[in-house]
Design a protein around this ligand. Sequence first.
Ligand SMILES: Cc1cc2nc3c(=O)[nH]c(=O)nc-3n(C[C@H](O)[C@H](O)[C@H](O)COP(=O)(O)OP(=O)(O)OC[C@H]3O[C@@H](n4cnc5c(N)ncnc54)[C@H](O)[C@@H]3O)c2cc1C
Length: 498
Amino acid sequence: MSGRACTLFPRTLELLEPMHVVDGLMQTGWTGRTYAVYRDGEHVTRRAWQSLLPLMDNSFHNYVLNIRQKRSEEIFAARYKTQFDRAVYHGWEIVAYKIDTSLGDGYNITADISHVSLGQRAVRWWVRIDGRMKTNMPETNLAFGSIESQTHGNVLWVKLDRDAHRIGFALTPSLQAKYPDGLTQEDVVREATESLKPFTLEIERVDWWTQYNVRQKVATTFQKDEFVLLAGDAAHTHSSAFAQGMNTGVHDATNLAWKLSGALKGWYQRATLETYSSERRAAALKLISIDRLAASAVSGDIPTEYQRPGLTAEDALHSIFETNMNFTIGLGVSYDEVASVLHTTPTATTLLPGTRSPDALLHAPGPRVPFRLHDITHRDSNDRWSLLVFAGSYHRTKPRFVELRDKATASGSRIARWNHLLTFSTIILDTVGSAWEAFDGPALGKLYFDTDSLAHDRYGVYSDHGAIVVVRPDGVFAFAAALEDLSNVEDYFAGICA
Ligand SMILES: Cc1cc2nc3c(=O)[nH]c(=O)nc-3n(C[C@H](O)[C@H](O)[C@H](O)COP(=O)(O)OP(=O)(O)OC[C@H]3O[C@@H](n4cnc5c(N)ncnc54)[C@H](O)[C@@H]3O)c2cc1C
């Protein structure tokens, strides 16, 4: 059975780009840039929602994508099948496992598995219903609609893929008392209709509904016995208040994939794989701390930290949302406060290690068609590290660039030890006919032009100085050094590679 997520945020789409599934998601889902909040049938201004879209402008995916998880999983599974000729196995439980490296087959684990059926218990209950719906609410095709109801908590209205919408509401104490044995589909339709009042609602077709429990949990570690790794809901569960579960699962998977595949190929030291657990568990703990507050406010309870005279649960919810917006849309998820072998203080640029590497439009020699810097660092990186040589104004940086190129390409150079896991690119501010015009020789890797200087600015590179910027395979900024300090970059890789 598929999960029930419907909203994907900008960073999740960026992280999924190397998997070549984003086009399919966009063609199938609903891209939304509209929000509305209603109270007593009137449109109200809530700063938190209105500020969300401008914040997304840091990404070229400056929208939310609403797609039911059944469909996104179909797209992932189809890609997995096309690329690897493999299928996902659902419903198999690991009953026991043992670490066994003696076979030398690289798998290191022998597991006993059996087929399972699942159960669940309740703490706080919420309801969601998907289907074709008719209403007199002024705007219906909303990325997110929020109805501030007196009786059903903060009611969620979402435009989904195809012709469907989703309504969500909390089973408040009075609703729980009304339905002590739980709700039937008929009850859910009736309460959904009530929840939208004073607007009318007719549910013409029910695709799916659920009454589900909400609680917050994080596994004590995401890595056990070196080779057992937890990700997604298996590692952390929480409410769907800010639509985080699947988004966070994608952050987990893309953080883990390159470390695990590199570890299996023998590229990295053991501590590099261990950063998966430390980085992602810290992010999950942050998410849980936000979710405790949000889930309470969505259910109509004011969290203790927010209790002030005159402040409603709705006010608290919007305040929680506004404070944590950048984290919620994923662009602000970072590992800069996690102690890790991947974090060495950069000796150039102004970026914090462990934060998202910025995107910008570049040009390549030839056609004047811009393309995204993330195409180099994310989409086409093939699980390799990106070494972006920002050479700024080549008239000024040429001697240092040439010296760097000579060092990097000299036979027996130290950096060449890691050529199998990294890709060089050279980015200059001006346009030239070829790299030879700028540097009396080739670029390091491919040559690109940052004609409006936005890439240099976003990475905090001075045009007179330039810098070597190291971006992880998952598009996270790792390290930077001056053009003349290639040895700092080599030290960085020596610290994490086998
Ligand atoms: C109503 C609702 C709305 C949501 N909306 C959003 C949203 O808008 N955005 C968002 O990001 N997230 C949302 N979520 C959360 C999202 O659905 C989950 O976080 C996501 O499905 C987690 O994916 P997963 O692959 O980690 O786990 P799952 O989707 O749960 O997949 C795990 C699979 O493993 C199987 N399984 C479980 N236990 C065992 C076992 N012991 N042995 C073998 N197999 C097992 C399950 O049957 C399932 O197929 C929502 C959740 C709900 C309930």
